[in-house]
Ligand binder design. Structure first.
Ligand code: IMP
Length: 203
């Protein structure tokens, strides 16, 4: 049988994300090409929502690479902080700071907040655009519910993983083996929904 191979640019150069997304799209005969093959120019994430930022990144990649593109944007929403840090998750404690400073700021902001008021979720919005001007992108929006711990636990993952308690596993996200995190996480969920819609959807 003739195999049709579709090429899609992934608007990320993170090797972990590329591997994870490629493994889910393999069975659809889709080949993922990292954005770095086409450009070193990063899109400016000026959006106010995860969706806006994901679309900015996907359109940028599609424009520069001349192929359909997938992009995601994700972050942590803490209920006691009105949804912060949200789209500012990577730069919560300042532009260019590291995970440790962001986690320290989160703990400071939540000092004195009781356990039952520390609910939070990781959210991921993943989009597919056929070209830079696509007016009908495919969108997948997923959340992973948890609670913010009072001190860090675990060494796996990145970002806020050491402070994110996963109730169904009884541990911090940074204590989960990577394959378990990928199965449960906001990104894994969004990716599976997107892959389903690419397969059976409008494309
Ligand atoms: P990005 O949009 O995937 O680059 O994520 C933006 C920021 O959100 C990251 O720099 C992290 O601070 C936070 N974040 C997103 N996903 C995760 C996760 O799975 N674990 C921990 N932090 C995350």
């Amino acid at each position: 049988m003739l195999k049709i191979l579709k090429k899609i640019i992934l608007a990320s150069n993170n090797p972990g994300k590329i591997r994870e997304i490629q493994s889910l799209l393999d069975e659809l005969n889709i080949e993922i090409l990292p954005q770095a093959l086409f450009t070193n120019e990063e899109a400016e994430e000026t959006g106010q929502t995860f969706l806006e930022n994901a679309l900015i990144k996907a359109r940028h990649a599609a424009r520069l690479g001349g192929l359909p593109a997938i992009a995601d944007d994700s972050g942590l929403e803490v209920d006691a902080l009105g949804g912060a840090p949200g789209v500012f998750s990577a730069r919560y404690a300042g532009v260019g700071v590291g995970d440790q400073e962001n986690n320290a700021k989160l703990l400071r902001e939540l000092a004195g907040v009781e356990d039952d008021k520390r609910s939070a979720r990781f959210r991921c919005v993943m989009v597919y655009v056929r070209d830079a001007e696509d007016t009908d992108p495919i969108v997948a929006d997923a959340a992973w519910e948890g609670r913010i711990l009072r001190k860090t636990r675990g060494k796996n993952g990145f970002g806020y993983d050491p402070l994110f308690f996963v109730p169904e596993q009884g541990c911090a996200s940074a204590e989960l083996p990577p394959e378990v995190k990928n199965r449960l996480s906001h990104r894994g969920q969004a990716l599976r929904v997107l892959a389903r819609n690419l397969h059976f959807g409008k494309d």
